[in-house]
Design a protein around this ligand. Structure first.
Ligand SMILES: [Zn+2]
Length: 161
């Protein structure tokens, strides 16, 4: 790789870069400050000149991205790699308890006229939703997708119109 290619991949102060949080605004250096700010969601970022890592400064979450020349890539600080084993485990974690609950409702069916006859069906749905939400929340955390920051930015944009 020659010097020109290397500089292209690097983040520089001049030029517009898309915001890694809202993907709508553009981030630029704030006047008289080391920090960068987005013109859409107003989030503030700091740039590490050595590692080229952009970190969200106004969040308690350690959200960090790296510029790869075309877009921002999330930096996995713990080196989390999600493989097929984890995906299969996650699917089993959602489907297995749901199947068990559904099976018990099928083997011991409730009388249609009985009090609380809707409960087994409700319980199957609840088991599925609870396990799915748990898997989704873990996935969001490990992929560092800033859901709430994104929703806040979208809400602010809608209110401004
Ligand atoms: Zn933004």
């Amino acid at each position: 790789m020659n010097r020109k290619d290397l500089s292209k991949d690097k983040f520089s102060d001049d030029g517009d870069y898309p915001c890694p949080v809202c993907h709508h605004g553009q981030i630029s250096t704030m006047p008289l400050m080391e920090a960068l700010a987005c013109n859409f969601c107003r989030h503030i970022f700091t740039l590490d000149a050595v590692t080229q890592h952009l970190t969200m400064a106004d969040s308690s979450l350690p959200l960090t991205w790296r510029w790869n020349g075309r877009g921002w890539r999330s930096v996995y600080q713990n080196g989390i790699v999600i493989g097929w084993g984890i995906v299969l485990g996650a699917i089993a974690f959602v489907l297995l308890p749901t199947t068990l609950v559904a099976l018990s409702a099928y083997i011991f069916p409730a009388e249609p006229q009985a009090f609380l006859s809707w409960l087994p069906i409700f319980w199957i749905g609840l088991t599925f939703v609870c396990h799915l939400l748990l898997v989704v929340s873990i996935a969001i955390e490990s992929y560092q997708f800033p859901v709430f920051a994104y929703l806040n930015a979208m809400q602010r944009n809608l209110l401004r119109r």
